[in-house]
Write a protein that binds this ligand. Structure first.
Ligand code: GCV
Length: 720
């Protein structure tokens, strides 16, 4: 990896720059992976009519201003337009040509100021933008205007996306603003360079080199995030080492924040609740922190002062520091309950320290201490609902989409809708912890849409999850969405080429959750692979069914958490050792009678945590949607399903379907040979073979295992 050195004399720096240019013209190209550029490839438009249209509509660029953000925009437009149009677009200060693309805020551009569009821009906030045609001094122009510079970044990438996906600009008239304020990646990156649940190499952050050496990849990361509207990044694992708050690390984090700032991206940190403790102290069997105190009790005056001073130190180095993400009293992490305090006490202490700097606290609701309830799926709700209304205004409670843990499919986490006075932030997982790591092609946007569109019935019909998290439902003043990142230092960033589409889709949905999964796939394919309609349709058809297929070959009909212990890759339905709620048998409950976890009113009564009529619908085995059947019910092997099949027959059928879908993807992919980039073609072809083998292992292992209970034969696979 090429390294840029900060703080070097100008002469040395220019030598390095020359070396970099030479390198990029020679050796660099040879090793550079086609997929490194993600969806920002900017290949020349191959549709002659459209190329001509673009060339007429954009002949010059007027992007006045000197800020770092404007520099970045200018550079991106130069790179994008020259690539797409196959020729350079000269910059101009005056609009004396037809086809000038003018970009600015009323402050940076006199032309934009004179258009008197401030009222419109005001309604779009500091991240919104408009793109439209205008006549300036009699010349046909296109303007990208925003109230503030971040809006210009998003407008820039939007225009480039339209051109990359070959949309006509003839009638362009767009106004766009994000529906959710805080759109964050959560990196589960450790300070030793490993990534928890990361399947794409080591961490992007080179802690040993920072703050003096800046890997150019940080810039490419920021570009990629900004291009899809991500405006924040939590750079370290929620299983946080207290060391991240040591002065030496704060300086490293500040160097990253400096890189990300002009792209509109704020930096946040995961913190360890024990940080104020002396290194030698041990509380609840957990090791100490980096401070000098004997307690981390959130109501202790010394502890509060410690956090205030720490926040002041961070914000002294990073003036726009975003805030803290906290995993507390969960999976061995320390928290306020160690001192008999509540989650609200813990969150509020940090919120108070951050409030002077406009920082926020994202307090995770991923808690499942066995004492709360025998059923793990009920615990988070039971711990958090009683705290509704007790959090300070700059706290968001961040909950995973489902009540257990990023399973291939779960019903919605019932907390959503149940905390009207506490802004709830949605946590999705982009990295495929339970969905085949970076070996399986699984497009996740259809899953995320299923959650976003899920009607919680919190106040009757029309209480969709999306409305809850975008704040419109309960008038939350703070809104947020987080995606657990799937990035690493692999040349293609994400391990599997198609995993890039999930990073892309997360950003696009975070910006606008009303976009459809199919349209997002369409965009991504056109930007990343090809604009050939046949190619696009083939790949899109593979992607759109891939999530349901994965559910079928892993955990059909509401099964869950039957993966290999800890590793979470292959199947291990027989796992029955150790902490009960980490075993498979706890979740599937197979016996001679049937299969599934009885969470109905006859069982754990988790159904009661949902609003009516969902509660009743889920509670009744005859009305419970079959996709959640074994989640909510222990179902007899010979129970008849909607298809007319018994449970056993349907289970066998679903596993077969899942494997069959992967075989079908292989056939569809093979038809693309010679029509797409060879390296991408071969890379995915190899991955699909692994996926097919794995899917068959899932099917055979699970069916052989469950057969011991059902006592029935496994029918020969009849794939549609
Ligand atoms: C970061 C699951 C994962 C853990 C993860 C945890 C969490 O348990 O397996 O790796 O820890 O969720 O979200 O905190």
């Amino acid at each position: 990896m090429i390294i840029l050195y900060k703080k070097l004399p100008a002469a040395v720096l220019s030598l390095i720059i020359v070396a970099l240019i030479l390198h990029s013209c020679t050796g660099h190209k040879a090793v550079r992976d086609e997929t490194y550029d993600l969806w920002l490839k900017y290949k020349k438009v191959d549709n002659p009519a459209l190329l001509e249209e673009y060339r007429q509509l954009i002949t010059h660029l007027a992007a006045p201003g000197t800020s770092e953000t404007i520099e970045i925009i200018r550079e991106e437009l130069n790179r994008g337009l020259s690539g797409l149009l196959g020729r350079d677009i000269p910059e101009t200060d005056l609009v004396i040509y037809d086809g000038t693309l003018i970009i600015g805020t009323p402050e940076t551009s006199d032309i934009i100021k004179k258009l008197k569009i401030s009222a419109v821009l005001d309604t779009l906030g500091w991240e919104g933008f408009i793109i439209r045609k205008a006549k300036i001094g009699g010349k046909k122009s296109i303007i990208i205007a925003a109230d503030r510079e971040p809006g210009l970044i998003y407008g820039t990438f939007h225009l480039l996306r339209l051109m990359q996906t070959q949309r006509s600009l003839e009638d362009i008239d767009i106004a766009s603003k994000p529906r959710i304020q805080n759109r964050l990646l959560n990196h589960w990156d450790n300070l030793d360079g490993t990534v928890e649940r990361g399947y794409a190499g080591r961490s992007l952050w080179k802690w040993e080199e920072l703050p003096d050496k800046i890997d150019p990849r940080y810039i490419d990361y920021a570009r990629a995030c900004a291009s899809i509207g991500i405006n924040g990044t939590v750079i370290n694992n929620v299983n946080a080492s207290p060391d991240i708050l040591k002065t030496e690390y704060i300086q490293k984090v500040a160097a990253l924040a400096d890189i990300f700032r002009p792209y509109g991206i704020k930096v946040y940190l995961s913190i360890n609740f024990s940080s104020p403790l002396k290194p030698s102290s041990v509380v609840g069997g957990r090791r100490g922190g980096i401070g000098n105190l004997g307690t981390a009790d959130p109501l202790d005056a010394e502890v509060r002062k410690w956090w205030e001073e720490k926040v002041a130190e961070i914000c002294g180095c990073i003036p726009d520091f975003g805030g803290f993400l906290v995993k507390a009293n969960s999976e061995g992490m320390p928290g306020p309950q160690d001192y008999g305090r509540t989650h609200a006490d813990g969150a509020n202490m940090l919120a108070e320290a951050l409030s002077a700097y406009n920082g926020i606290v994202m307090w995770r609701a991923f808690v499942y201490e066995p004492g709360a309830d025998p059923d793990r799926a009920k615990r988070s709700y039971k711990e958090f609902v009683p705290l509704d209304g007790q959090f300070y205004p700059n706290v968001l409670v961040q909950a995973k989409n489902g009540p257990v843990d990023f399973q291939p499919r779960e019903p919605v986490q019932p907390l959503f809708g149940a905390m009207p006075y506490t802004p709830l932030m949605l946590e999705l997982q982009i990295t495929q912890e339970y969905l085949g790591h970076s070996s399986h092609l699984v497009y996740l946007a259809p899953m995320w849409k299923e959650y976003l569109e899920f009607d919680t019935y919190a106040r009757g019909k029309g209480s969709e999850l999306a409305k809850i998290i975008d704040g419109t439902f309960y008038n939350y003043h703070l809104t947020g969405i987080a995606g657990v990142a799937n990035t690493g230092d692999d040349p293609n960033w994400c391990g599997h080429f198609f995993a890039q589409s999930n990073w892309y889709a997360f950003g696009r949905l975070a910006w606008d959750h009303t976009l459809t999964a199919a349209n997002i796939a369409d965009e991504w394919i056109r930007m990343s692979v090809s604009n050939d309609d046949e190619v696009v349709d083939t790949i899109k058809s593979m992607m759109m069914g891939s999530w349901e297929a994965c559910i079928n070959y892993m955990t059909p009909l509401g099964l869950h958490h039957i993966m290999q212990e800890g590793f979470h890759y292959g199947p291990q339905p027989g796992h029955d050792k150790g902490r009960p709620d980490w075993t498979s048998v706890y979740y599937h409950r197979a016996d001679g009678d049937g299969l599934g976890f009885d969470r109905s009113s006859q069982g754990s009564n988790a159904t009661s945590q949902y609003f009516s009529p969902l509660r009743e619908q889920f509670d009744d085995i005859n009305t419970c949607p079959e996709k959640y059947l074994l989640w909510f019910h222990h179902v007899k092997w010979d129970h008849t399903l909607q298809s007319g099949n018994t449970l056993w027959e349907e289970l066998c059928h679903r596993y077969c379907e899942g494997v069959g879908y992967v075989s079908g993807m292989i056939v569809r992919w093979d038809a693309l040979a010679g029509k797409i980039d060879d390296d991408i073609y071969m890379h995915v072809k190899d991955k699909l073979q692994v996926q097919l083998k794995d899917a068959a292992v899932w099917k055979d292992t699970c069916l052989q295992y469950f057969r011991k209970f059902s006592g029935k034969e496994i029918p020969v696979c009849q794939q549609n």
